[in-house]
Design a binder for this molecule. Structure first.
Ligand code: PMP
Length: 286
């Protein structure tokens, strides 16, 4: 069935939606994006995603073509027209299409391009994978230095995912200066004893919306949290490991570079955090 998508102010059948070949998202990866989950037809942490979108645009001196209220309405309209119960909404804003290819940013009168589309994922929160956990390899982090800006330059993460799959695993954790930065499309955590350890915020990682919520819930539940870099050796010797992202929530990691983590099954802290995150997020979904 053809989806209805949103492009530059219009709702269109997916086959009729078009973007210029001169679009800077296409030519220069000059664009930012967000992915917001939908559970039971409601948006999870829309406010967090809208806030990070504004920050990403600001860091790149890119104009925001839509107000937060209108953006919410577009999300809701797409959920309605595409009859999404569980899934995600992808949003991308680029610096638009100048009349030619030029490294210099175009003049202010060039309108940014905005595209949103839905991806239906029935039963998203009941993922069978979360019950067994995922296997991860480590790879060098060869991305650019401003990973805190959620740009559409996803070639290296995409290659990382392929490297993981070629190794019979599910994902890759990236290493820089001896420490784990994050997963290809998620934030990375280990648990040692009763302490949850995850890299501190900075330019080196994306400031995950799920990360912020999970750490808040962990602290509210009196769990100990340390925000600092950790090594792969530390991770291999950890009691548990997991990742967080808007579309996979809290995902246990049970193997790292062939080493079994903890018991080789999703650990109690990751499992509990997943439950709390889903329960609390559903309560305040809009
Ligand atoms: N790090 C990277 C590199 C990501 O691509 C993502 C997901 N977009 C995340 C972390 C997790 O962020 P969020 O919880 O906001 O989805």
């Amino acid at each position: 069935m053809s989806r209805t998508v949103y492009v530059n102010g219009e709702y269109l059948p997916e086959g009729e939606a078009k973007v210029s070949i001169f679009d800077r998202g296409f030519l220069f990866a000059d664009g930012v994006y967000e992915v917001t989950s939908v559970l039971d037809g409601k948006l999870i942490d829309f406010a967090g995603h809208a806030k990070r979108l504004a920050r990403s645009l600001g860091e790149l001196d890119m104009r925001n073509p839509i107000s937060t209220d209108d953006l919410l309405e577009v999300h809701r309209e797409l959920v309605r027209t595409n009859d999404i119960t569980d899934g995600v909404i992808y949003l991308q804003i680029t610096r638009g299409a100048a009349s030619d290819r030029d490294f210099a940013f175009p003049a202010d009168d060039v309108e940014p391009t905005i595209v949103l589309f839905t991806q239906s994922k029935p039963g998203l929160a009941d993922s069978p994978t979360a019950k067994v956990g995922i296997k991860v390899i480590s790879i060098a982090d060869e991305r650019w230095g401003r990973r805190d800006i959620k740009t559409v330059q996803l070639l290296y993460p995409s290659m990382g995912k392929m490297m993981a799959m070629a190794a019979g695993c599910d994902d890759a954790w990236m290493i820089e200066d001896g420490a784990v930065t994050e997963g290809t499309s998620n934030n990375a955590y280990i648990v040692k004893g009763d302490t949850i350890i995850t890299r501190h915020l900075g330019h080196e990682i994306l400031h995950g919306i799920t990360r912020a919520a999970v750490l808040r819930f962990a602290r509210e539940a009196q769990m100990k949290v340390e925000e600092r870099p950790f090594t792969i050796d530390e991770a291999k010797a950890a009691d548990e490991a997991f990742t967080t992202s808007a579309s996979a929530f809290v995902m246990p990691v049970v193997e790292l570079d062939g080493a079994v983590i903890g018991t080789g099954k999703p650990g109690p802290i990751a499992t509990r955090l997943r439950e709390i995150y889903l329960e609390e997020s559903r309560k305040v979904a809009i």
